[in-house]
Design a protein around this ligand. Structure first.
Ligand SMILES: NC(=O)c1ccc[n+]([C@@H]2O[C@H](COP(=O)([O-])OP(=O)(O)OC[C@H]3O[C@@H](n4cnc5c(N)ncnc54)[C@H](O)[C@@H]3O)[C@@H](O)[C@H]2O)c1
Length: 436
């Protein structure tokens, strides 16, 4: 077993740290956020992620997992995973690499020959090659091992990923890095996980290419939803019909309010910016349209809401079901649901937002909105209900029961997850994106 450090214990790093401890490694988690460290040190997850609390308790009981703000603690480890954030920069589309540089610099004095620094953050192609020199100056090596986990399924995705990708340098250094990573991931590899060893740029590009493909698939079906809206078609039937073709596949073809979160939107924007820098902007110029289609869905949802209220939503009590960018997460970064809620508030609607897990984060992001934990209270007296994040409790709502709570039975299904016939049958005005 190896002693590893995980630098940056947010959504990715905390799950990675707990997962590595669960497969037997000794893990030192490092972060600059004292609040997060205090929670993790008490074996509590600082964010909602199914399975993480159990893993934290199990691994801390065995004393294999510790957390600290002192970067010198990494000296006890030989493999160092860098998991800090790479948000969109404040003044453009590029990724902000400040945290990656700061994290790597903070550990440089404490690493040396035989150590391996492993980047897991999503970075623009070329970042690993840029960082390799400073890491090598200490005698250590650098690998890039992009992460593909999905929030809500992060533990499962870390311990049983679809694949592991290693970006390593040429020659002996690459072989040595591969061996070290194989040792760390031995249990995961023994489960039959495919492993792809590549050079740095390919490994970095695998991550951005995968995210770009997924974003494209979502925006493709949402573009079809726009056409269905103009032509009177039903995008859900269309998606089923094209998805049966196994060259296309049905996954990621659910038309609705589009994608959000801390990854897809900023990753495709950073890809566009990096491709421009490399003189290859034309190759991914379609991603600008993917982003635009995605953002147009939010505008369309606001238009539908206004339409339902005869063009004037001022003073209307609107209940928004969902604040997180997707179900089974409390992450509200670039959340489509929250963006629509804020836009309706700006138009004068009296908006109440409810969400099983995301309210604390949502309140920090959009403090002007009203938040209500209790679903029944949130629905009571509503003049218009919008389902914007498809939590299972919202999918299972009973139209007859909910009708008794609201003032006007008007519903907009932003995720195409409810049965229109059942809701209309119960006396609701039901509308959805991409459906007649
Ligand atoms: N969240 C996901 O689902 C996911 C999936 C795959 C890849 N990624 C990528 O992983 C990276 C991290 O994403 P995240 O969602 O975990 O972000 P996050 O904001 O939740 O976590 C980042 C953490 O890094 C810490 N940090 C910042 N500077 C530091 C420093 N100098 N030293 C130590 N810690 C520092 C922050 O305090 C924070 O806790 C990003 O590049 C993201 O694109 C995320």
């Amino acid at each position: 077993m190896t002693t590893v450090s995980v630098v940056g214990v947010g959504y990715l790093g905390a799950v990675h740290a707990a997962s590595m401890a669960s497969i037997g490694h000794t893990v030192i988690g490092v972060d600059v956020d004292e609040r997060k460290l205090a929670e993790l040190s008490a074996a509590r997850a600082p964010f909602f992620e199914p399975g993480l609390p159990e893993l934290l308790v199990e691994t801390q009981d065995s004393a294999r997992l510790t957390f600290t703000s002192d970067p010198s603690a990494v000296a006890a480890a030989t493999v160092h995973f860098v998991c800090v954030g790479t948000p969109q920069s404040a003044d453009g589309l590029h990724a902000d690499l400040t945290y990656v540089h700061a994290a790597v610099e903070s550990i440089l004095p404490h690493i040396g020959p035989g150590h391996l620094v492993v980047g897991k953050s999503t970075v623009p192609v070329g970042t690993a090659a840029e960082l390799a020199g400073t890491v090598r100056a200490t005698g250590a090596e650098l690998a890039w091992n992009p992460e593909f986990l999905r929030e809500g399924k992060a533990v499962q995705d870390t311990l049983r990923p679809d694949r592991l990708v290693y970006g390593v340098p040429d020659g002996d250094a690459g072989e040595q890095a591969t061996e070290q990573l194989d040792e760390v991931y031995a249990i995961v590899l023994d489960r039959g996980t495919p492993r792809i060893v590549a050079d740095y740029p390919t490994a970095e590009l695998v991550k951005t290419a995968a995210n770009s493909f997924l974003a494209t698939k979502i925006s493709f079906i949402n573009a079809m939803a726009e056409l269905c809206e103009s032509a009177g078609g039903d995008v859900t039937v269309l998606a089923d019909a094209i998805g049966i073709d196994d060259r296309i596949g049905r996954k990621f073809l659910n038309a609705g309010l589009g994608f959000g979160g801390g990854c897809l939107p900023k990753d495709i924007r950073a890809f566009i910016a990096r491709a421009d820098d490399l003189g290859a902007g034309e190759a991914v110029s379609f991603l600008r349209e993917i982003d635009a289609i995605n953002l147009r869905r939010r505008e369309r949802m606001v238009e539908l809401a206004l339409g339902e209220c005869g063009g004037d939503i001022d003073g209307v009590r609107v209940t928004v079901l969902g604040a997180a960018f997707k179900p089974d997460s409390d992450d509200t970064r670039d959340s489509p649901a929250l963006a629509v809620a804020a836009a309706l508030h700006a138009q004068g609607a009296v908006v109440t937002v409810t969400d099983p897990e995301g309210l604390e984060n949502a309140r920090r992001r959009e403090p002007q909105l009203t938040y209500e934990e209790d679903l029944t209270t949130a629905l009571t007296g509503a003049g218009l209900v919008l389902l914007l994040t498809e939590w299972s409790e919202y999918r299972q709502l009973d139209p007859v029961t909910v009708k008794r709570l609201v003032e006007h039975p008007r519903l907009l299904d932003g995720r195409n997850v409810l049965d229109p016939a059942a809701w209309r049958g119960a006396g609701w005005t039901y509308r959805a994106l991409g459906r007649p």
